[in-house]
Ligand binder design. Structure first.
Ligand code: FES
Length: 149
């Protein structure tokens, strides 16, 4: 299926390799999503913030983010220098796991529910958007911050 359905974007091991090769960011074009590493040490706090549909892939070490800026919908690009996502439209900034850090966006980046099958297939439900609440979107879960600042 295309965007709007369940999309298998690859095996978990290949996705993690792709994140490394992409300097911290993997772009799943067909799912219009970014995938980055979710640090295991941040999981205990994440468990108090995110719903199960988001947590299940975090437990596998990845976080899946809609590319659509929660401000006014621009495609949010990654920034290799800052290791954040930085929207070019009005300057909203999100850390590498999509938590809002600055700008006019009302919350952190939205998620698509994602599952990892027994055989390691990463399947993104692109027809469902898990909207972060403003509180959750602004919550710091101990993930890597802007380098050098
Ligand atoms: Fe991204 Fe406005 S659409 S900051």
């Amino acid at each position: 299926g295309g965007f709007g359905g369940q999309i298998t974007v690859g095996k978990i091991g290949n996705i993690k390799d792709g994140i490394k090769q992409g300097g911290g960011f993997f772009y799943a074009a067909e799912a219009r999503s970014w995938i980055t590493e979710y640090p295991a040490e941040a999981l205990p706090l994440a468990e108090t913030v995110y719903p199960e549909s988001v947590l299940s892939s975090m437990r596998e070490g990845i976080v899946v983010l809609s590319q659509k800026c929660p401000h006014l919908g621009c495609r949010v690009p990654e920034c290799a220098t800052s290791q954040w996502f930085e929207c070019q439209c009005h300057g909203s900034q999100y850390n590498r796991v999509g938590e809002k850090k600055a700008g006019p966006a009302p919350r952190g980046m939205d998620h698509h529910p994602t599952t990892v099958s027994g055989s390691g297939d990463v399947v993104i439900d692109t027809g469902t958007v898990v909207v972060s609440s403003p509180a959750n979107g602004n919550r710091e879960t101990g993930c890597p911050d802007r380098q050098g600042l």
